[in-house]
Structures are given as C-alpha cells and as structure tokens.
Design a protein around this ligand. Sequence first.
Ligand SMILES: [Zn+2]
Ligand SMILES: [Zn+2]
Length: 130
Amino acid sequence: MEETPRGTGRHEVAPCPKCGKPIWSDHPYSWCSKCGMPLPADVQGRLATLQGVKKAAADSRAAAEEGRTTTLVVDGRAVPCPICGHDRYWTRETVMSDRGLALFDAEWAGASAMNYVCDRCGHVLWFMPK
Ligand SMILES: [Zn+2]
Ligand SMILES: [Zn+2]
C-alpha cells in the first residue's frame, strides 16, 4: 500500500541492511532510524532529503571542521539550542545596517549583533550589543 506521498517521487530506496526497515527517499538521516545502522553510501546517495540536509549543513560542518563552533555561555551557564537542544554553535557578526534589517530600531543602525547559529538545526540566536 502506498503511503501519502510528500513532494514528488517518495519511494522506498532500500531496506535497512541490518533490520530490514524500509528506507524511504525522504529519509533525513545517514543511518537507520530504527536500529541505528549506518546506511551504505549508495543508499545515502539516493536519499533526496538527506542530500538536501547535507547541503544545508555544509556551512556549519565546514565551520565545525575548522574548529569554529563553540558553546553558548550566558551568565556562566551553557545554553542549549531552544529548538533541538544541541549545544554547539557557529558564530557570525551581523552589522545592523545591512540591507534587510530595517525591522531593527534605528538606534541599532551601524551596531553589530552577534549571531549564534545552532550547528545542528540552524536556528539563529541574536545577541544585541549592550
Ligand atoms: Zn535498521
Ligand atoms: Zn538547534
């Protein structure tokens, strides 16, 4: 029986080599979500969603490989991502006069804010200069 397709061409790519769970083309992980077995490279290469996730994560992964990820410490406490609970972030500085930031108050114009970007889910935390 066909499950409700999401997007186009959702189909079973292969069964898990270990436990036999069907791996669908929108499977977002490089491992079997049932038994945790890493999927063979040729199977991973056919997972459309996983490839998208990998592409989106490329920036943060590159940052991690260069040792640029960090924990977020506020008032001496390590703060996990509010979305996914991950505790590694990569950081960037955003100048408030950038185009597209007109929503910010004029008094912040020209100031720079610190962004902490969750290394796992990409959620962005903003820290304004005091
Ligand atoms: Zn499995
Ligand atoms: Zn997160």
